[in-house]
Design a protein around this ligand. Structure first.
Ligand SMILES: *Cc1c(COP(=O)(O)O)cnc(C)c1O
Length: 407
């Protein structure tokens, strides 16, 4: 059987096949970059127009109350909560992932006086590691990086916080959240999980594993749009002691009392800083609603089937690329990454054929399998294009070698 006829059988049996029509995808494009910028839900433009034209245009400032703007950050956070195994009052949609990392790293350090070390791994997503640097420059933190198989051994009495990304952005490898959270707690440290490449693609159980803090991205699998607000999780047991350094008025217990003194709000609202991005939250809410409607368990099952099928197609075409991701689907997120010295040019040649994946320096071709809107036919086509690009050597063309600023 050809990959194409196998794909047709899988698509006919796919319970999520109908959801593709809930997204806008350009004609002739196979989108394998939904792990970097999720596709546009068809409902988003109308929802945005409603907020802009009615709530802003007509309601003006009254909409803070009448249109629920004031509660939007908490409302969207509560909708994200079940996707990550948290209670509704433990999650808020606010700021960027980077800013949320900063607030929570600082909060964790404040909860572990006498300890300064923030432990992470080399090759973690850059912003996660960079956000330690500012606190380090102020003498508040000390960075320690240990390879993944050495993390448990690096957890000594100086470690205040273990901070890791659940699904590695480049390789797609998964950390064992339960085991590492337990090891950190046994060493007296707190744990912060970055769920940017997990949320909306695979099940996460923050409370079941006993996580302390988490952050995640709104514009990847949650389809919130470019620069969508991120989210932050703080386990309820830490709410009373939570001290975060960005003490803006929206995190105040009574922002409209206009007092000269800062009193943090109760609970997760204390993580807010300034005025929330209402337009961004409106777009994010549409994406979150749609992903929640499809359901994380079904999304995860399909994401595994898609990546397994892609590998099967490559095999059928006789393509032999070095797989950087774990070969077992249970040990990776919703992506496959391959190493090739010409990964950049291969990626460009694929994009010219309408197969949009991405390149991660220095030599990784990364293909994301966003399960909400990809079909098995897309996977078969993408694999055929990749096989053709490699066999024809078309990636050697000069136009595919020129580097753009954003890859
Ligand atoms: C995408 C991503 C981010 C993004 O951070 P921003 O502040 O939105 O730029 C952070 N961490 C990880 C692991 C990511 O994958």
């Amino acid at each position: 059987m050809t990959p194409e006829s196998r794909a047709a059988e899988f698509d006919a049996a796919d319970p999520l096949a109908g959801y593709r029509d809930r997204f806008t995808l350009p004609e002739g494009v196979i989108y394998l970059d939904g792990n970097s910028l999720g596709a546009l839900p068809k409902a988003t433009p109308a929802a945005m127009a409603q907020v802009v034209e009615q709530e802003w245009g007509e309601g003006l400032i009254r909409s803070w109350n009448s249109a629920g703007w004031f509660e939007a950050a908490g409302r969207v956070g509560a909708k994200i909560a079940p996707l990550v195994g948290a209670a509704p009052h433990e999650v808020i949609a606010c700021d960027s992932t980077s800013v949320n990392l900063f607030k929570l790293i600082a909060a964790a350090l404040a909860m572990r006086p006498g300890r300064k070390v923030v432990l992470s791994e080399p090759g973690n997503f850059p912003t996660d590691i960079y956000m330690i640097a500012g606190l380090e420059a102020q003498g508040l933190a000390e960075r320690r990086l240990a390879q993944r198989d050495r993390l448990a051994a690096a957890l000594d009495g100086d470690v205040a916080l273990l901070m890791l990304t659940h699904v590695h952005y480049k390789a797609g490898a998964l950390h064992d959240m339960a085991a590492l959270t337990r090891a950190a707690h046994e060493a007296g440290a707190l744990v912060l999980w970055d769920l940017s490449h997990s949320t909306g693609a695979l099940p996460v159980e923050l409370n079941a594993v006993g996580a302390d803090f988490a952050v995640g991205c709104g514009y990847k699998y949650l389809c919130g749009g470019p620069g969508a607000p991120a989210f932050a999780f703080v386990a309820e047991r830490h709410h009373a002691d939570l001290a975060q350094p960005l003490t803006g008025w929206f995190g105040h217990a009574a922002p409209f009392a206009f007092s000269d003194d800062y009193t943090g709000a109760h609970g997760i609202d204390r993580l807010q800083c300034g005025t929330p991005p209402v337009l961004g939250l409106a777009a994010l809410e549409v994406g979150v609603d749609l992903i929640a409607e499809i359901g994380v368990d079904r999304l995860y099952a399909k994401s595994q089937a898609l990546s397994e099928f892609f590998l099967e197609c490559l095999m059928a075409h006789g393509v032999d690329l070095e797989l950087v991701s774990p070969p077992k689907s249970t040990e990776r997120g919703s992506q496959l990454s391959f190493r090739h010295p010409e990964a950049y040019a291969i990626c460009q040649a694929l994009i010219a054929r309408g197969v949009i994946g991405d390149f991660r320096a220095p030599d990784v071709l990364r293909l994301g399998f966003a399960p909400a809107y990809l079909s098995f036919a897309d996977i078969a086509d993408a694999a055929r294009h990749l096989a053709d690009v490699l066999a024809s050597g078309e990636w050697e063309r000069e136009e595919f070698q020129e580097r753009a600023a954003v890859t």
